[in-house]
Design a protein around this ligand. Structure first.
Ligand code: ADP
Length: 486
């Protein structure tokens, strides 16, 4: 089944995301390497020239200022000229062939000093680099001030700053550095970036394929298996290799498949059991009734009794199934009241009195006083009935059954003991399951429905009571449960 608004497959989604990522990277690269390269470069140069000026200003009174400046000019690639306000040189260091500040006559330098003072003590200009012929200096051109940035021309950056020495003398510090055009670099980068763009798109495609294969393949596999499960193929296996989430999903689905198959088996078993259990008494009833109709001599009280017994068995079975389904659905809350447990057991024992007489059973009740409990009286009665019925069914040769009531601290324990064949140890955990019969071929076991103990379990679980069985094979069993004394 495909969802109606079919979405993009995981492969294409991953590809789109990676492509988007690559596109962002490419745009960033283009912006930084091509569009804003000149501005970045200029900003870095400005920072450097200002740093150099600051270091010189801070150390102007230092004895080793010459060595320091020497180091700075090489480190920052700048020319340095320091002169007094009249343009008389104090220090000069010229490393560039066409350095404007060194080609500048003294009078022009003093004008520059004044301008710097008027500008608040520092001045930064950027202008096209002047080609000098000899020592000639073109004032007009210099006065042109900052031209619009033109990356095709070599530019000069001149930073001037007025500084004051410790003896109170004001001087002008001028630094000059060259900004080489980025045009040719940009051209190279453009070609490079074009290649990088194509390579990145290709890589995005390959990586998306690899990732989607890694991520998508197990999901597709699990989806296929899940479709099988939906068609009730419970032996399907979910494989979750690859990564943790998928492994967990596969484990969960495997668990779900196992549980579903259990439920399905149980359902089939339940139907088979019920129909079998219904069929046996019905065949008997029909058979006996037909015999009694056709052969007048067979119309004996014994035969009628058999029909009645079989009809009763049917009623018991139907009641048991109803009880169990009610218990399991949890639709009926227990009707908790305070009642005398000892009296209730005594009443039940009375009803077995006839059986004792007729069939020679010896059913004894031992109690240590009347005990009150808070529980669902009818249902606890059902538990006691079921346990005594089982004890009668599986009783030993001596036909002796003992019902015991013991109190300890706040708890009352009811035990039903028989000296029968007992239950094999490996079967003990299963006897509480529905339709479980220890020995399915045993003639007496066929009397029961296999539902009694699961009803007992359902009721006692509902009361959050402790219960269990101690059984020794060949010696007998003791079924017990405990309730709180109220
Ligand atoms: P059934 O209707 O067959 O008795 P139960 O649910 O009451 O079904 O019991 C399940 C199985 O547990 C029985 O088939 C029987 O093998 C075993 N069992 C129950 N009670 C006793 C007992 N007192 N002694 C020996 N086996 C017992």
């Amino acid at each position: 089944m495909k969802p109606k608004n079919a979405k993009l497959s995981i492969k294409w989604k991953i590809f789109l995301y990676i492509l988007l990522f690559a596109a962002v990277m490419i745009v960033l690269l283009w912006l930084s390497q091509i569009v804003f390269l000149h501005d970045f470069y200029q900003a870095i140069k400005q920072g450097e020239i200002k740093d150099a000026a600051q270091i010189i200003e801070q150390n102007i009174d230092n004895e080793d200022i010459d060595t320091l400046i020497e180091r700075i000019i090489h480190r920052y690639d700048v020319c340095v000229r320091i002169a007094d306000m009249d343009g008389e040189d104090v220090y000069t260091s010229d490393i560039m062939p066409d350095c404007i500040i060194h080609k500048m006559p003294a009078f022009q330098f003093s004008v520059l000093a004044k301008e710097t003072e008027e500008n608040g003590g520092s001045f930064l200009r950027i202008m096209p680099q002047i080609k000098f012929s000899g020592t000639e200096y073109d004032t007009q051109r210099f006065m042109g001030n900052v031209p619009p940035p033109d990356s095709g021309v070599v530019e000069s950056m001149i930073y001037t700053k007025t500084i004051t020495t410790s003896d109170g003398q004001t001087m002008l510090l001028a630094l000059n550095s060259v900004i080489t055009p980025v045009n040719s670099t940009v051209e190279t980068l453009k070609v490079q970036l074009l290649y990088i763009t194509f390579i990145l798109i290709g890589c995005a495609l390959v990586v998306a394929l690899i990732i989607s294969r890694h991520v998508g393949k197990p999901i597709i596999k699990i989806n296929k298996a899940a479709k099988k499960l939906a068609k009730a193929e419970y032996d399907v296996r979910f494989e979750g290799e690859g990564y943790r989430e998928i492994a967990e999903l596969a484990a969960t689905l495997n668990y779900a498949a196992r549980e579903l198959s259990k439920v399905d088996n149980l359902r089939k078993e339940l139907i088979a059991n019920i129909s079998h259990d219904l069929r046996t008494p019905l065949t008997m009833i029909t058979g006996y009734a037909e015999v009694m109709r056709d052969l007048p001599g067979e119309n004996t009280p014994e035969n009628v009794q058999i029909v009645i017994d079989e009809a009763r068995r049917l009623t018991t079975l139907v009641n048991d199934v109803m009880d169990l389904s009610k218990l399991q659905a949890g639709t009926q809350a227990p009707n908790i009241t305070r009642f005398n447990l000892t009296q209730m057991i005594r009443d039940i024992m009375l009803r077995y009195a006839k059986l004792k007489e007729q069939e020679g059973y010896r059913i004894a009740f031992e109690s240590d006083g009347d005990i009150m409990v808070e529980a669902d009286e009818t249902r606890i009665g059902q538990v006691v009935y079921n346990l005594i019925n089982n004890a009668i069914t599986y009783a030993g040769e001596d036909k002796k059954i003992t019902v015991r009531q013991l109190t300890k601290d706040e708890v009352v324990r009811v035990e039903v003991e028989d000296d029968g064949e007992g239950i094999p140890k490996d079967q003990l955990p299963y006897i509480w399951e529905r339709y479980y019969k220890v020995d399915k071929t045993h003639k007496r076991a066929s009397v029961g429905t296999g539902l009694g103990l699961s009803i007992v379990k359902g009721i006692l679980d509902m009361h959050a009571a402790r219960y269990g069985v101690d059984s020794v094979e060949g010696k007998g069993s003791v079924f017990w449960f405990e309730l709180k004394i109220q």
